[in-house]
Design a protein around this ligand. Structure first.
Ligand code: 3MF
Ligand code: MG
Length: 344
């Protein structure tokens, strides 16, 4: 635990083999059990799970097998002094999810998606977390005419309601993303996610997870997206990372592209006591060029960047900021922030 009481998490996909759409893996696979040890060694507190990280080949297993394997995973977490931050149903790899999950045009595919997400809710309960993250990967279209977007939005709401109804303790954090893998995604921003949540059968149990890079890909400022959710008590988790413009989803180390943009994310999180609300999730990817034995530095660097920025945020003279706001001297305010970041 750091002196600021922040807790940190990442997901197993953040230690990976380096394959991209144009080339094969460049590093050996690391077993999940080993990733837990690395997570602990790097000073993190919690793992982020996809349902099948806890129960591999989930679709082929009985309810009893699912329970046994998830409870065994919980025991392993306990042994290491770790927790599960959330469980996310992986709704984008199975053949039944090729055309989307909750918004697939085939009713059998939609039914599969709801059943799969209910299994993820069970696994979350066995791992002792009530938080489910819904990244709506393939809920969208490659071409506008392929789906009815009004109906699709209603189907997403019906799916959320079905899950809230299935588990009365479950909280759902929707993770918006405007594109990739789909060209056009149905819940592209936190505004969309929270509007949907407000229509749910139990709005108090629907919130959001904001990923910095996803906000940038939507042409929005991540700190403002976080502020919007925080204003309504709806920011339940974050995936901090960085992103160089409107390109592929890069998941760069936190702060490695735009230090001021991440400074403002840390600032809004810290001013709103995020350490009392949720965990600092880092959704960062090692560069493909990184040798295997050096392929966790993106995680430790991102964590220490976050903590350094907390220090800088807290060292900024807020009284001075108030004076400069009152004087409308935003050029001097600009310099105040710049000089803090440059270590004046
Ligand atoms: C996709 C993502 C995902 C989600 C994860 C949890 C690989 O752009 O960011 O990470 O965060 O699947 O829902
Ligand atoms: Mg993410």
């Amino acid at each position: 635990m750091n002196k600021y009481n922040y807790k940190f998490s990442f997901g197993p996909w953040n230690i990976h083999e380096g394959a991209d759409p144009f080339g094969p893996p460049v590093r050996p696979s690391v077993a999940f059990a080993e990733k837990l040890v690395i997570l602990k060694d790097l000073g993190f507190d919690a793992m982020q799970f996809h349902d099948d990280d806890a129960v591999p080949d989930l679709d082929t297993k009985s309810a009893r097998e699912i329970r046994q394997q998830a409870e065994a995973m919980k025991a392993r977490l306990d042994d290491l002094g770790l927790t599960a931050e959330f469980v996310a149903p992986r709704l984008w790899e199975h053949p039944m999810t090729i055309d989307g999950a909750f918004t697939a045009n085939d009713p059998a595919a939609r039914a599969y998606a709801i059943e799969r997400a209910k299994k993820a809710a069970d696994i979350a309960r066995y791992l002792d977390t009530n938080l489910m993250v819904l990244w709506l990967a393939r809920e969208g279209t490659y071409l506008r005419e392929a789906k009815d977007a009004v109906r699709a939005t209603q189907q997403l709401l019906e799916a959320v309601d079905a899950l809230l109804d299935y588990d009365p303790d479950l909280r759902i954090a929707i993770e918006p993303k405007p594109n990739e893998p789909m060209d056009l995604a149905y819940i592209p921003t936190i505004g969309h996610a929270l509007a949907l949540g407000m229509q749910a059968s139990d709005p108090a149990r629907v919130g959001g997870l904001i990923e910095s890079a996803h906000a940038v890909l939507a042409g929005l400022d991540p700190a403002d997206e976080m502020s919007f959710a925080l204003a309504f008590g709806k920011l339940w988790s974050v995936h901090l990372n960085d992103q160089n413009g409107l390109k592929f989803d890069q998941d760069r180390s936190f702060g490695s592209v735009d230090l001021r943009r991440v400074f403002n994310q840390v600032r809004v999180l810290d001013e709103n006591k995020f350490w009392e609300i949720g965990m600092v999730g880092l959704d960062v990817k090692a560069l493909r060029t990184q040798p295997p034995e050096l392929a966790t530095k993106h995680l430790s660097n991102s964590l220490r960047t976050f903590l350094r920025l907390v220090e800088i945020v807290r060292s900024v003279d807020n009284q001075k900021i108030e004076e400069l706001r009152a004087a409308r001297d935003y050029e001097e305010l600009d310099w105040l922030i710049m000089s803090s970041l440059m270590g004046a």
